[in-house]
Ligand binder design. Structure first.
Ligand code: PLP
Length: 343
């Protein structure tokens, strides 16, 4: 090996366990086995026909150039309408930044907000990129636990006890990947009160906000005093079954969006314009594709949870949102890796 080295921040990052299982499942498929995939958060739906038509037309009409770093104005405008309609949010296009994927919007927000040495609170179990990216930026990732006894709602006393003078950000994801928990009013109000008391940023990953089986979605940013300290992350991968299109966005105070915009300029320049044009059609959802997909997920959820309950050793709460089930296998007496392997 030469003396030339890889920057240490890379060694702070972790991968995603689901991707390793996915690779193993793919290998089994190559060997001719039929596999039901229970690992990656990938819808088996595809975007609605008008969205695909719009993409085709956009490419054909030359919408394939560099475009605005923070996203084309028409899409940012449509996102404000969509969030007003589906989440009662009142925001301006200046508060929106489009990125290639929710993950990229998340990374940009974290790059804009986290200094080396900062402590960042994140949910465990949760999306593995939150602690990974925090460490990559030189921050300290501090977990707060979502446990079965609390129906996977956060323990506000635990969060309060973990806030120090160095805590700057709290991240959460509701509905949560992988528990399917929707944070209740008490949790949202408690987190908001702590964020205000300790002057924290709140990073709310709302990528599953539309995949909700009961009631309306409540964003923490609607609570008094929260809009100015909240960054919302969302995107098209899950709600509109557009994982491979790589399109997501952030909603934040304008000075945060300006900082993220500079990061865009220094990295990927812009998200592909033709996908952004078609994303406007997705948000308008003229065929009610989202409701149809969520109804199907609900049927599958019920079938999965009811069937699982009949298998000795397995149990899980019925998820309130997203398309994950967090299964307790304790009573099988087997280690997780062994169950994973035999599945
Ligand atoms: N955030 C959460 C909680 C997720 O579960 C995922 C995907 O699994 C993402 C973000 C990534 O979204 P995207 O594919 O738009 O980058």
């Amino acid at each position: 090996m030469s003396g030339r080295r890889i920057a240490t921040r890379v060694s702070q990052l972790n991968g995603e366990g689901a991707l390793a299982v996915f690779a193993r499942a793919k290998e089994l498929e190559r060997q001719g086995r039929s596999v039901i995939h229970l690992e990656l958060g990938e819808p088996d739906f595809h975007p609605a026909a008008p969205v695909v038509d719009s993409l085709r037309n956009a490419v054909a009409s030359g919408r394939d150039r560099y475009c605005a770093t923070r996203g084309i104005p028409a899409l940012r405008q449509e996102i404000t309408r969509y969030l007003a309609r589906t989440r009662k949010l009142s925001i301006q296009p200046e508060q929106v930044l489009v990125a290639p994927g929710c993950k990229m919007a998340l990374s940009l927000a974290m790059m804009a907000l986290i200094e080396p040495g900062d402590e960042v609170l994140y949910p465990d179990p949760g999306f593995p990129i939150y602690p990974s990216c925090t460490r990559g930026l030189g921050g300290k990732a501090v977990p707060f636990f979502l446990i079965e006894k609390n129906k996977f709602q956060p323990d506000l006393d635990e969060i309060a006890s973990k806030i120090t003078g160095k805590t700057t950000v709290i991240i959460f994801n509701s509905p949560n990947n992988p528990t399917g928990t929707v944070f209740d009013d008490r949790a949202l109000e408690g987190i908001a009160a702590l964020a205000i008391k300790h002057d924290l940023w709140v990073l709310t990953d709302e990528i599953y906000a539309r995949i909700l089986f009961n009631g309306d979605y409540k964003s923490i940013s609607l609570l008094p005093g929260m809009a100015e300290r909240t960054v919302i992350i969302d995107g098209f991968s899950k709600s509109f079954a557009m994982t491979g299109w790589r399109l997501g966005y952030a909603v934040a105070p304008v000075h945060v969006i300006d900082a993220m915009d500079l990061l865009v300029l220094n990295t990927f320049t812009c998200a592909a314009e033709f996908t952004q044009v078609a994303a406007i059609e997705a948000l308008r959802d003229t065929t009610n594709a989202v409701d149809a997909m969520v109804n199907e997920y609900k049927l599958r959820r019920d079938l999965f949870v009811q069937s699982l309950a009949k298998i000795p050793g397995f149990r899980c709460y019925s998820p309130e949102g997203a398309f994950y089930a967090w299964v307790n296998i304790e009573d099988t007496g087997l280690p997780a890796e062994e169950v994973q392997e035999s599945l």
